[in-house]
Design a protein around this ligand. Sequence first.
Ligand code: DGL
Length: 365
Amino acid sequence: MNPPTFRSARLRNVTLAAIGLALCSSPINFAAKAADPPRILVLATGGTIAGQADPRATGAYKSGQITGEQLVASVPGLGQLAKLNAEQISSIGSQDMNDKVWFALARRIQQAFDKDEADGVVITHGTDTLEETAFFLDNVIKGDKPVVIVGSMRPATAVSADGPSNIYEAVQVAADPRSRGRGVMAVLNDKIEGARAVTKTNTTSLETFNSPISGPIGYVDTAGGVRFMAQTTGLKRGNYALPSGDQLPRVAIVYSHANMDAIPIEDAISHGAKGIVLAGVGDGNSSKSAIDALEAAAKKGIVVVRATRVRSGFVTRNVEVDDDKNGFVVSEDLNPQKARVLTQLLIANGMTAPGDMQKAFTATW
Ligand code: DGL
């Protein structure tokens, strides 16, 4: 059987309403007019959620094959949750996510909110870089209307595809008035995660998106609806401007390991990095030669941010590394890929002094 379309869902509603009126014996209260359904703008970017498998292949599939409109039309009951309008921003696997698509997303969302075209936005996205897009948008979108980013681990043609239920739940969250003021949220596998904390933790499992330090901010399921357990309002969310030219400054991530030398740092500098994020060991640490090279970089005016390759925990200033003396910034709770995004936005907004940058990194706990 084909999934119900918006049209058939509407027809069914009209028919049910007509039967209800005919059977109703009590006086009708014409003043009790049903509220208008929330208007949700769905912005599709590609990813596994829009992926299709070749029936002859075993596990292989191509992401970004199905349009946003087709995705929305394939989810039963979605039209009863909200009035939906789908637009295609890109059709890429999120390993190819880039500044151009980020800027297009940010501009379209801001326009939809400023012109009051939508009450909330749902973005369909590949899972590989979903957390970076969520955090980028969290830092540039103004206003308190909800933005929900959703992906899936299995392509649309898989047995037990998780996309339809994730989209349904994403629309539930975006359409809920209690979602306002919580910034960008990721919704997958019945959980609502905040943009700052969420990260992909498993390459294949449906249970992959987690917030290792803080846990989810809420839960959502079809029967129980939306349940918020925590606020994200205490966390700093920047209203940074988008730079002109559709491009963020170059910031490299350098991954630390045993036997670390200075070559990856020198390499980043020679390729024009304006900032370097260290995915350090432990508390954002690295070998003496790497730290010395980073100190030299900071002296040249390159922003140096110490993050950690460890999945959970904070990076704290001046523990084993003298950040004050070296002119370094620490990422606090932000993982290296999010520390990179914030560093890019700060540099793009003219902020490079370590003290100011540190304040921008430090969430108000
Ligand atoms: N490469 C992937 C991406 O679009 C597919 C993984 C996924 O979406 O789950 O991020």
